[in-house]
Ligand binder design. Sequence first.
Ligand SMILES: Cc1cc2nc3c(=O)[nH]c(=O)nc-3n(C[C@H](O)[C@H](O)[C@H](O)COP(=O)(O)OP(=O)(O)OC[C@H]3O[C@@H](n4cnc5c(N)ncnc54)[C@H](O)[C@@H]3O)c2cc1C
Length: 523
Amino acid sequence: MVEVIVLGSGIAGLTASIHASDNGAEVSLISPDYSERSQSVMAMGGINAALNTKGENDSVNQHFTDTINGGCNLNNKKAVEMLTRDAPEIIDWLSRLGTSFTRDDAGNVDLRNFGGQKKKRTAYAGSRTGKQIVSALVNACRKRESEGKIKRFVGYRFLSLIFTDENECCGVRCIHEDTGKVKSFTGDAVIIATGGYNQLFGKILGSVQNDGFVTAKLFTQGVELANLEMVQYHPTTVATSQKRMLITEAARGEGGRLFVERDGQRHYFMKEMYPELADLMPRDVVSRSIYNVSDGGKKEVFLDLTHLGEDTVKVKLDEVYEIATRYLNINPLESPIPVFPAVHYFMGGILTDENHKTNIKGLYAAGECSCQYHGANRLGGNSLLGAVHGGLVAARNAVLESVKGNPIIDDELSFSVCGDKSLSRTLDEISEIMNESMGIYRNEDGLKKGLERLENLNTDVNAKYYDYQKVQLLKLLGKASILSALSRKESRGAHQRSDYPQSDENYEKPTLARYENGEIVIT
Ligand SMILES: Cc1cc2nc3c(=O)[nH]c(=O)nc-3n(C[C@H](O)[C@H](O)[C@H](O)COP(=O)(O)OP(=O)(O)OC[C@H]3O[C@@H](n4cnc5c(N)ncnc54)[C@H](O)[C@@H]3O)c2cc1C
């Protein structure tokens, strides 16, 4: 029987485990926490599929075109073709597993508008879409666990990939968070589903569990990364006393409008600048517009929901209502919400082909950690879709693998405390450098300064093996991201160079990052 190892148990990892198990594999599903604590549960607004139940002549072709246009032509087109083609069947599958999507009066899965899409195409479950999908997948996974088809290993963080003497990937080495014991998991194929590398940019909107260790470690072990310069800023986030929080795009999908005050008047600037899609332009465009009208954050920009009515705000946008009232002391039915863009999503990451294979035999990647669907800018609602689709496709291919060589397990690791610098201060310094050099607008001068600061940063932190390594790895991933941004001498999607403001067709291809003989190589 084929043994498949899945690392990470958000929506991509759960889907991959269920599908690999249903295709006859024995699955080991490994994660630090249970799925209910993965970032996937935070997803609010919805998941895209051209179901065409709103009489708008929506189609798979239109979904494909919107995704490619949103991604500024940097997407893997074959992968997007498969993604958009399979999307309606995915909604059906998730419904059959028990995801309680909000339904319209005719009993169809209801659809809402989302950014960069000309048709209503985003299925949702109130504003708790992620929680609902995770809950259905966890239930399906548990059934297979009880039959012994999926084995769960909770409490483990990744240390490294295990290779065979024929250079195939055949497993992962992990450390137990509580006991500190190291365990090797070996099998025939490995699917990485560890989400975005949030910690590189500090306390951003997503989960801090997604610390970037895995992506960076894989890089040092020969795995190719792509489009690291493509970091998505979500237009509408709010500062709370704890961290920045997201006001879902669904708020604009339901009719919310952005404005800035000029001469004592409200200016609904998105409508003025982009009459057709207005507030529903792709995220990179909306974030830039907010940045520009606010003069880089000097003036306040507001999201106005006051005209939407109680049913929409309290029912369809219940989580927005809760964030505004509980954390900001604002009743969104009466007053607008001040918003500003913040880092939200990584379009770049582990490069895969449309079959979710990496450049290493036996190694697959799916979900936010992987790079293939979204190009230079992801459309809202395409990430949950990509996580499910990626899990399905990776599993379908992984069950066909079989290892030929013998696993090579590294020497014992040393777990004594190293260095004397503060761990948290050093992590803050790294994220500060990344945020400053890779903002909504960047240029050669700022990027080079960021690179120099990272190179000179003392990372000899007072920490045990995992955290010590994490800091060194994040420094490396940060450098690879900045070098990728330096090498793309044009503006495209999320990558806006004030010194190269135009797109250049010579750059209509991914930026590839490799680690060769201790050096970062960008092509
Ligand atoms: C506030 C918010 C709202 C969002 N709303 C939407 C939306 O409406 N629609 C949409 O399409 N997208 C949305 N997104 C994006 C979407 O939620 C994610 O991109 C998607 O859920 C990623 O799923 P995943 O399975 O790839 O990763 P995750 O759900 O992030 O799971 C990653 C898994 O990997 C594990 N892991 C991480 N690091 C390690 C490590 N070092 N070792 C071992 N395991 C590790 C984690 O514990 C976890 O189990 C939203 C994101 C946020 C933050």
